[in-house]
Design a protein around this ligand. Structure first.
Ligand code: 6R9
Length: 693
């Protein structure tokens, strides 16, 4: 079928100056045909486009233009849809984005008094959504489930909020949440938000040492966890991990007086849980006794909402701090447009609330819109590779948002697992975490979505709070593998190594000019690192750490991290973190870690290790090294390959040449390039000899 509806939009005339990134756009107007192989555009159907929140490139361009030319007007109109106890001051946005002009500062809606929990729950209930299901919870075992309506959710949130208040948690205090995907996880986040406490969710796959590091950094008043959880066939004893982390923190001067433990009797018995009287309290013993209403702590738009630790290019994780007002407006708006959200949708995001995607697009974004959200406890391929589609059919999921790594792994398991389910309810698909390769995109589109559902490939980061570059599914013809165009209010620019903006078809470093409401405001306790990492690399811009190219039609193609961060199954891992875990092994003298292409995970972790003199390489030693990393960071950071290295390729000044290591890791041995500047060029041959030992 040919696309005989194609016509060009003269976008240059529509675009404001300074938004050159789509100045070469030749957009295609929507038609009712499906993708054809001979062109690289995939069009939304006429039926989809005609019901969409944004229906055409022109409509997008009009809204986009307004958002750039009049950000204050654009965002304050949207903000007015929420409840504010008091309206913000005269400035909607106050920013300094340029280190050369002083400290970096980003403020949105300052002076506005609100509460995000109130806006997620009370406001929606007042609007008549009280009996609508807020959470459909699906357990690890297929016959286990539960629901909470908006009113029921509010009651549970209030009980926990009252418990926290009663235990001395006040506005501005930190609370660590170390929970798996139980309903109690979003409940805990919302309870903190209700009383102005700052939650810091730690993904329940992190080790005791990583958890301790975070406890020591933010000094929480309370730690919330559960005794254990079952994922697939495995039982994870979370309370034991928390015990070890609390012990470790105490040795570092941070003591925890209260640990609230949700008793998950399906994973393990209460009486089997180790207990410290006075400190440990069962959630079920205390929380249900509290009143089901709780006054809201009204906070300033710029008061902190949460801290979320993420990996950077040095060993120490960064505490990304988000505030209340801008984040609220931004997550709600991005959710609504990027997924073409309607009140009748049933929405499932497979991310864990331990990552930013779970914050913005399991909890806040959807609930601000009054959506019905699936919270799934288990593994996506348990009991078999059809589980996702079983869940989709069971709840009639309409919007399904996941990561490319899952798409690739399900693609490997074969189409049968997909096609045996109906999936008729699906209407929008989403992808996040890493670039989605065109073949995985096409499988997701053709097989999962029956060539009927647009895919929103959302590029964003922990730091950005919400989507930055994403298709609006009814507006844009898509290109498999491209995140397409910027969201409203976002001005992405591609710069060269000198920080000079490049126009038109090009590739370089992805930066953002000017702030957007959902941007992070600082790194907790380290504003200097915030400025250095993100604003000094290319003065005048926010630097994302990603490479990006722009094609002749103005579409953006993300090419991956350009810093020392690896993206494994959509999880960010700093090479320095893995290296420091490896060298903590007494027999390891030095380590250098690089990312290497991996068919399912996107990137795998490849570690070159130099052992101390006299140590014999062995399979046992290899296992010990891998275990050391699992213990210090978490299982998801375990190296895929340990490459014994008698020496590492270094320059004469002692700098490790990672470029060479990357080539060796990917066995591109004829592309090693110039090795003559190495202090000892022989090292390279030794490494090649040991490559498969
Ligand atoms: C939301 C999230 C951020 C890094 C980011 C980039 C990669 C995320 C992507 C993508 C290409 C996409 N990334 N989404 N790359 N296309 N749609 O994942 O946050 O964990 O902070 O990771 O993930 O490299 O810089 P976070």
């Amino acid at each position: 079928k040919t696309n005989n509806f194609l016509r060009h939009v003269e976008s240059m005339k529509l675009m404001p100056s300074g938004a050159g990134h789509i100045s070469h756009l030749n957009a295609v107007i929507l038609g009712d045909s499906l993708a054809t192989e001979e062109d690289d555009f995939v069009l939304p159907s006429h039926d989809f486009a005609s019901q969409a929140n944004v229906q055409s490139p022109e409509q997008y361009l009009k809204m986009y233009k307004r958002s750039i030319e009049d950000p204050a007007g654009f965002w304050s109109e949207i903000a007015a849809e929420f409840y504010w106890k008091q309206k913000w001051g005269h400035k909607v946005c106050d920013e300094n984005f340029d280190v050369r002009k002083g400290n970096i500062k980003i403020e949105w809606f300052k002076g506005g008094i609100t509460n995000i929990c109130y806006n997620c729950l009370d406001r929606n209930i007042e609007a008549g959504l009280g009996d609508k299901v807020a959470i459909y919870w699906e357990g690890n075992e297929p016959d286990l489930d539960g629901t909470l309506t908006y009113i029921q959710l509010l009651h549970q949130v209030c009980q926990l909020a009252n418990y926290l208040k009663d235990n001395g948690v006040k506005k501005g205090d930190a609370v660590i949440i170390y929970l798996p995907m139980l309903m109690e996880l979003p409940i805990a986040m919302l309870a903190c938000a209700r009383i102005g406490a700052v939650h810091s969710v730690v993904f329940a796959g992190f080790s005791a040492e990583s958890l301790a590091q975070r406890i020591i950094d933010c000094k929480p008043k309370v730690v919330i966890t559960c005794n254990a959880v079952k994922r697939g066939l495995k039982v994870l004893y979370l309370k034991d991990i928390v015990d070890a982390a609390i012990k470790d923190s105490a040795q570092n001067g941070v003591s925890i007086d209260k640990c609230l433990v949700y008793g998950n009797s399906l994973a393990t018995k209460r009486e089997d849980t180790k207990w410290k009287d006075g400190r440990d309290i069962w959630w079920q013993d205390v929380v249900p006794q509290y009143p089901t209403s709780c006054l809201v702590e009204w906070v300033d738009a710029e008061d902190p909402l949460f801290l979320l630790y993420t990996s950077g290019s040095t060993g120490k994780p960064k505490g990304v701090l988000h505030t209340t007002g801008g984040y609220m407006v931004y997550t709600a708006t991005t959710f609504k447009y990027a997924f073409d959200y309607k009140q009748s949708d049933i929405y499932w995001c497979t991310a864990d609330c331990g990552w930013i995607t779970g914050h913005s697009y399991v909890t806040y974004g959807p609930m601000l819109n009054g959506a019905s959200v699936i919270v799934y406890e288990g593994a996506p391929n348990y009991p078999d590779a059809g589980r996702c589609w079983d869940i989709v059919d069971k709840y009639k999921v309409t919007i399904f948002y996941t990561a490319p790594t899952l798409v690739r792994s399900l693609m490997r398991d074969g189409d049968d697992f997909v096609t045996r389910y109906s999936r008729k309810s699906l209407r929008v698909l989403g992808s996040v975490g890493e670039p989605i390769n065109p073949s995985a995109w096409r499988w997701f589109y053709n097989v999962v979505g029956d060539s009927r559902c647009p895919i929103s490939d959302t590029w964003w980061q922990t730091e950005t709070g919400g989507f930055m570059i994403t298709p609006l599914p009814g507006a844009w013809p898509q290109k498999p593998g491209s995140a397409t165009f910027p969201f409203f209010g976002v001005q992405p620019v591609i710069v060269d190594e000198n920080g000079v903006e490049i126009e038109g078809e090009c590739s370089g470093y992805l930066c953002v000019k000017k702030s957007w409401p959902g941007a992070f405001r600082t790194l907790y306790g380290d504003h200097e690192r915030y400025e250095t990492t993100y604003f000094k690399a290319f003065a005048g811009y926010y630097f994302s750490g990603d490479g990006c190219s722009r094609d002749k039609d103005g579409y953006h193609w993300l090419t991956g991290r350009v810093d020392d961060v690896i993206n494994v199954s959509g999880h960010r891992i700093g090479t320095a973190e893995v290296e420091s875990a490896l060298v903590s092994h007494p027999k390891c003298a030095e380590a250098a870690v690089v990312g290497v292409e991996h068919a399912v995970k996107g990137q795998g972790i490849y570690a070159f290790v130099t052992m101390v003199d006299g140590v014999q390489y062995s399979e046992e030693l290899r296992k010990e090294l891998v275990l050391t990393v699992r213990k210090q960071i978490g299982a998801f950071a375990a190296p895929d390959k340990i490459h014994w290295a008698p020496g590492l390729p270094k320059t004469r000044s002692g700098k490790i040449m990672r470029r060479i290591l990357r080539k060796i890791a990917s066995r591109q041995l004829d592309e090693l390039g110039d090795t003559s500047t190495l202090a000892d060029p022989n090292v390279v041959n030794q490494l090649i000899e040991l490559a498969d030992s």
